[in-house]
Design a protein around this ligand. Structure first.
Ligand code: NDP
Ligand code: 2IT
Length: 444
């Protein structure tokens, strides 16, 4: 049995109840086989694969908080500090009722590789809780965030681990967490990213993941002598990543016609009015169906099914495994030519292969949505310098970073004889970098 298969089997045996984690490991390991086979002796001697799948540290803790009725609520919090071979830990916090250890670990595993693609000195970590801010009052969210950080602060800090947002965790939550961290430690530093720009947050951090995704889609199209200008785009989700992906696509001249949330989807054939979506989602914290109440020509369909809307470009920006094998078939049948992952792991390996085998240009999450963590890294730099760059400066750096990621990914894919296989290019480039650092630093 190959070294890759041995370790895959070990992961499945050791954590049989962690399907998302296994899925993320399989996707990576399956595509780095040529590298592992060529370096088998070195990697085996250094137990590179075994160490790669074992987090350096995983913290699980109780989060007690008081709700609006004065009742005590208990949630579970986690932080997985997965790998610090190339930099201090960095990665978001997910707040959603469905969060569990498998989800935290898949996110942690993925971001180790993502951060290695950015070119910034960042290791990988991820955290979260089975707490859902939806339907909670601001005070309840604050109570939760303060309690969460009262435990988490022991493990984070500007040179140790820097959390940021993810699903359910936006600037409101990060601001509350930073406030409590500052109170407990007395330190005003780059320990959290995604803060309000009024007190140390980087400009463009809010837009970064979505803008980066738009830049990446344009890079991919350009490599084929095409452009996203004039193309019909469907974006899933209507949260942070989705909203700013729509904004960048529209700035680049694309025609975005559909978005969704977990209740249903809207179609606006004349193009999404993003100011209305922002008002519903960012200000009122409402539901996407309200769009159709405000825009008469738009339609709302409850339930899943946004992938049935024919489009040239599909940008999944909601959650893991949102693209089923059946929806992949529908997308291909309707003529999609480009898919770039805003969400983390929206499709499994077999589905990605299906797209690739049907000539769809496919960019995996760790490359396509790396703009978010990249600007988080730039926020840490600005905090350390006690300085802040303008919107234009940060945006220009983001654009360069996304261009560089595209180059690394496509060059690596070509070097391994798999031109245009961006999944392989991303995993091979990132894995090789982290593995080399792990070997150089000894058995730690
Ligand atoms: P938000 O919480 O801001 O938005 C999430 C959106 O996805 C909401 O519209 C939500 O709908 C929708 N959604 C979540 N689960 C489902 C589901 N099961 N079916 C349909 N819709 C769903 O999160 P983000 O925009 O920050 O994150 C979106 C994705 O992007 C995640 O995969 C995240 O890991 C990834 N990501 C985030 C980055 C960031 O900086 N924030 C950076 C890189 C990647 P509803 O309101 O109904 O819950
Ligand atoms: O998945 C991700 O890249 C994020 N949630 C953002 C992480 C960060 O540190 O900005």
């Amino acid at each position: 049995m190959s070294y890759v298969d041995e370790v895959l089997q070990r992961v499945r045996k050791k954590d049989p109840d962690q399907p998302e984690f296994y899925q993320a490991v399989r996707e990576c390991f399956d595509t780095v086989r040529p590298l592992v086979d060529a370096n088998e002796k070195l990697y085996r001697e250094n137990a590179v694969l075994e160490r790669f799948v074992e987090p350096e540290r995983m913290i699980s803790f109780r989060v007690p908080w008081i709700d609006r009725n004065g009742a005590v609520q208990i949630n579970r919090g986690w932080r997985v500090q997965f790998n610090s071979a190339i930099g201090s830990y960095k990665g978001g916090i997910r707040l959603r009722s469905t969060v569990n250890e498998s989800i935290i670990k898949f996110l942690g595993f993925e971001i180790v590789l993502k951060n290695a693609l950015t070119g910034l000195p960042m290791g990988g970590a991820k955290g979260g809780s089975d707490f859902d801010p939806k339907g909670k009052t601001d005070r309840e969210v604050m109570n939760f965030c303060q309690s969460f950080v009262t435990e988490l602060f022991k493990y984070v800090g500007s040179h140790m681990d820097c959390p940021a947002g993810d699903i359910g965790c936006g600037s409101r939550e990060i601001n509350y967490m930073f406030g409590q961290y500052k109170r407990l430690t007395g330190l005003f530093d780059g320990s959290f990213s995604g803060k309000d720009p009024n007190f140390g947050g980087s400009l463009v951090r809010r837009e970064a993941a979505g803008y980066g995704l738009g830049y990446m889609a344009e890079e991919m199209a350009e490599a084929y002598g095409k452009t996203i200008r004039g193309k019909t785009v469907v974006v899933t989700g209507s949260g942070n990543v989705a909203i700013y992906a729509v904004e960048k696509c529209q700035q680049l001249g694309a025609h975005v016609i559909a978005m969704c949330d977990s209740d249903g989807y809207i179609v606006d054939p004349d193009g999404i009015h993003l100011n209305i979506v922002k008002q519903i989602k960012e200000v009122q914290r409402g539901r996407i169906r309200e769009y159709a109440d405000l825009v008469p020509r738009a339609s709302y369909t409850p339930g899943p099914g946004i992938w049935n809307i024919p489009c040239d470009i599909y940008l999944p920006c909601a959650t893991q495994n949102e693209i089923s094998p059946e929806s992949a078939e529908t997308l291909v049948r309707n003529g999609v030519f480009l898919i770039a992952e805003g969400a983390n792991m929206p499709a499994d390996l077999d589905t990605i292969h299906y797209f690739q085998n049907h000539g769809v240009l496919y960019m995996p999450d760790k490359a396509a949505n790396a703009g978010g963590v990249s600007v988080s890294g730039l926020e840490q730099t600005q905090n350390a310098m006690r300085f802040s760059w303008t919107f234009e400066e940060v945006d220009a750096r983001l654009k360069i970073i996304m261009h560089d990621i595209f180059e690394k990914v496509s060059r690596t894919a070509a070097a391994y004889g798999m031109p245009n296989n961006y999944l392989a290019g991303a995993n091979l480039y990132a894995f090789q970098r982290v593995a080399a650092a792990m070997i150089a630093q000894g058995i730690v």
